[in-house]
Each structure stands twice: as structure tokens, then as C-alpha cells.
Design a protein around this ligand. Sequence first.
Ligand code: ADP
Ligand code: MG
Length: 152
Amino acid sequence: MSRTVHTTSETETVDVGRQVAGALERGTIVLLSGDLGAGKTAFVRGMAEGLGVDPCEVSSPTFTLMQEYRGGRLLLRHVDLYRLKPIEVDDLGLDEMTLGDVITAIEWPDRLPRPFEHAITVHIAHCEGDQRAISISDESALGFIAHNYSDR
Ligand code: ADP
Ligand code: MG
């Protein structure tokens, strides 16, 4: 089952990420797809806040391959594979990194050499203007999304 919610601002997308994070269990992998500028990083920022990370820690928009957010209910590891080739991704050791008291959020999962099974997928489609359609694959995560987002 998957569901699509529509947002009309970055703030709303951050909010959806925040709510989804509330439902996630340790070891969860979240794969985020969508064009550049779709809002994947914004969504992950929301996830960090939803896990209880200090919002001041998650405001930086600068590109990094890997960023860790501590201080929340679980460690959030945010990985952006945009600039990597699958063979380079292999060297990161992502498999081991996803184990333990950690949530792993991965942008550009098409760069992964092997798919992760049991991952939650989030696809953000860039619609007109500031509108985004966010499709989320996982039922447990979906229950936490407030109903004030139009659900078409
Ligand atoms: P990505 O990580 O997918 O490349 P970012 O999260 O870095 O995208 O950037 C999204 C950009 O789109 C930001 O500049 C943000 O302000 C803008 N934006 C406009 N509307 C939305 C929306 N509804 N949701 C998310 N971002 C939005
Ligand atoms: Mg990004």
C-alpha cells in the first residue's frame, strides 16, 4: 500500500517528514527519490526534527555525502548519493551502517549497487510551482500523517 500527500510549501514537506519519523523503528531505511529540488532534503530535515534532534542542528543546507544527526530518539544518518557511482557506493559500507539504533535516509537510491529489502520508499514529484506530491510506501509510517494534507 502507498499513499500520496500533497504539499504546497517547504514547511509542509518538512512537516510530513517530521510526522513520518515519529512512526519509524530502529533499523529503518528510507529511500528518497525525486528530481533535484523536489524536497528530499527538506523531508529529511523534518525527519530529524521528528526524531527529536535539535532543529538548530538540522538547518544547514550545505551538501555533504553523509550527515549524522544525534540527540534524538534514534540516530539519523542522512546519505546523499547524487555524486556517486554504484561502485563507489559499495565502498561506503552502507549495509552495516543501517544496523542498530539508527534510521538511515538515502537520497538518490538509484545509485545503490543493490536494492535494500524492506526499505520504506518516499517519492517526491515536483508539480507546478511549490506543489509537491509525496508518495510514501509504508503503512505504519502513513498512519502518522495528519489528515490536513489533501489526500488525492
Ligand atoms: P532535494 O533534496 O530534493 O534536491 P531540497 O529539499 O534541497 O531538494 O530543496 C527543495 C527546494 O524546493 C527548496 O528550495 C524549497 O524551498 C523548495 N520548495 C518549494 N516548495 C516546496 C515543497 N512543497 N516542498 C519542499 N520543497 C519545496
Ligand atoms: Mg537533497
